[in-house]
Design a protein around this ligand. Structure first.
Ligand SMILES: Cc1cc2nc3c(=O)[nH]c(=O)nc-3n(C[C@H](O)[C@H](O)[C@H](O)COP(=O)(O)OP(=O)(O)OC[C@H]3O[C@@H](n4cnc5c(N)ncnc54)[C@H](O)[C@@H]3O)c2cc1C
Length: 386
């Protein structure tokens, strides 16, 4: 059943075509060497896919979130890892919505043509985790600069980015009426910062996501790099979260379809007891169930993306899409491991890498419990649980 418009189908075909030049072996080698997919990201940029959400007036492709979802979904489906560059697509949304005209002119055309990489987002801290409004990193105004001290953790792609959006406290927590006030967002020039008070330490992690620990020791940020209004930075970060959740959910759909396809192929080809293993209901039913759950989750992804593109409220759908799609892809990953038996553990089958990669999305950018908490509180009207 194909309900896609010709326009979306053409984007899907274009991305699929581009991804076919980057084999699973390419991604496996990067995973082993912890390398960055520079050639892939350049090709994606040149084709205009990474600038999908940047308006044409700033040199972008001027597409909607629905199209952007298809782009990330196809990269995942091809066996690739869009996490290496997906944030180049959506972090700029905060600059687009909250930046001054000067900031937009300065940064967006470069982000669109790839000469500026804005794909880092510094929010999480080691001691406060999901309790974002308790974060400890302070930015203190001195003359025409902010002086930043503190620490961040798990900040991805910092070493492959020119700019990072940083969330820091500008008014101490005990001096604000609401915890969500007193935080500000800054555009950090990473090339300058690493020479002047920012230390970046890569984290040896389960997947090739280029995540780092950051230490700020009197880092100076010029006041013109404040994004939006001082003390209103939490709002700015929140504003870009719906797009991020819907896009990540689309990646999960691509992963889920990847696992189902792999499982179907293997279950058809692999013969044990003189028949294809896929002839056994114990093997084929889990594949069918995963496929059903992925396609159902995809409907919520599409709903969220359409609402976003129509500038309607989509917080509930964005969260639901992220939960449904990340659970569907994780279950499909586990099913795919099961169908492949012992061979699933051989790296050359690629499944264990995708299994590790798709697991991230149950935890980041927000863990499942907090999505349940959002729906319980904001959709169902239950008391706030945290
Ligand atoms: C590979 C990777 C890349 C990342 N990239 C970035 C990035 O680029 N930028 C960035 O800012 N962050 C990034 N993160 C951080 C990520 O967003 C956080 O890890 C995630 O939001 C969870 O925060 P935490 O790890 O501090 O968990 P915690 O907040 O410590 O929570 C731990 C567990 O306890 C549960 N929990 C805690 N409190 C409650 C409660 N009240 N009710 C119910 N359950 C609760 C959580 O759901 C979770 O399962 C990345 C993380 C990873 C692993």
């Amino acid at each position: 059943m194909n309900t896609e418009t010709e326009h979306i189908a053409a984007i899907r075909e274009g991305v699929r075509d581009l991804c076919s030049n980057y084999s699973e072996q390419y991604w496996l080698e990067l995973d082993s060497s912890r390398g960055y997919p520079t050639e892939f990201v350049s090709a994606l940029t040149e084709a205009g896919y990474l600038s999908a959400l940047i308006p044409e007036q700033y040199g972008g492709s001027g597409l909607g979130l629905e199209e952007a979802c298809v782009i990330l979904e196809e990269i995942s489906y091809s066996g690739g890892h869009p996490g290496a560059c997906h944030a180049q697509m959506y972090v700029m949304g905060s600059v687009l919505r909250h930046g001054s005209d000067l900031q937009k002119e300065k940064y967006l055309p470069g982000v669109a043509d790839g000469s500026i990489r804005l794909q880092s987002f510094g929010v999480t801290e080691p001691n406060t985790g999901t309790d974002t409004t308790s974060l400890k990193t302070m930015a203190v105004k001195k003359g025409d600069k902010y002086i930043v001290n503190g620490q961040k953790v798990w900040i991805s792609r910092v070493q492959h980015s020119d700019l990072m959006l940083l969330l820091a406290r500008t008014t101490p927590l005990d001096q604000v009426e609401k915890k969500t006030r007193g935080l500000s967002t800054f555009i950090v020039d990473l090339n300058e910062a690493v020479k002047n008070g920012l230390t970046v330490n890569p984290i040896d992690s389960m997947i090739n996501h280029h995540s780092c620990e950051l230490f700020f020791d009197n880092l100076e940020i010029p006041e013109e790099n404040l994004l939006g209004e001082e003390n209103n930075g939490f709002r700015i970060i929140l504003d870009s979260m719906n797009a991020e959740r819907i896009l990540i959910a689309a990646e999960c759909i691509g992963d889920g379809r990847y696992f189902v396809d792999k499982a179907v192929r293997y279950a058809t080809d692999r013969r044990v007891f003189n028949r294809p293993i896929g002839q056994n209901q114990g093997v084929q039913f889990p594949i069918a169930r995963c496929s059903i759950n992925i396609e159902a989750a995809n409907l919520m992804v599409q709903k969220g993306a359409r609402l976003f593109d129509q500038e309607q409220r989509c917080g509930a759908e964005a969260n639901m899409a992220k939960l449904l799609a990340s659970e569907a892809s994780w279950n499909a990953a586990d099913m795919c491991m099961e169908v492949h038996g012992g061979f699933a553990f051989a790296r050359e089958f690629h499944i264990e890498r995708k299994f590790r990669e798709t697991r991230l999305y149950r935890t980041a950018p927000i863990s499942t419990n907090f999505i349940l908490g959002f729906v319980a509180e904001h959709v169902l009207g239950l008391p706030r649980s945290y």
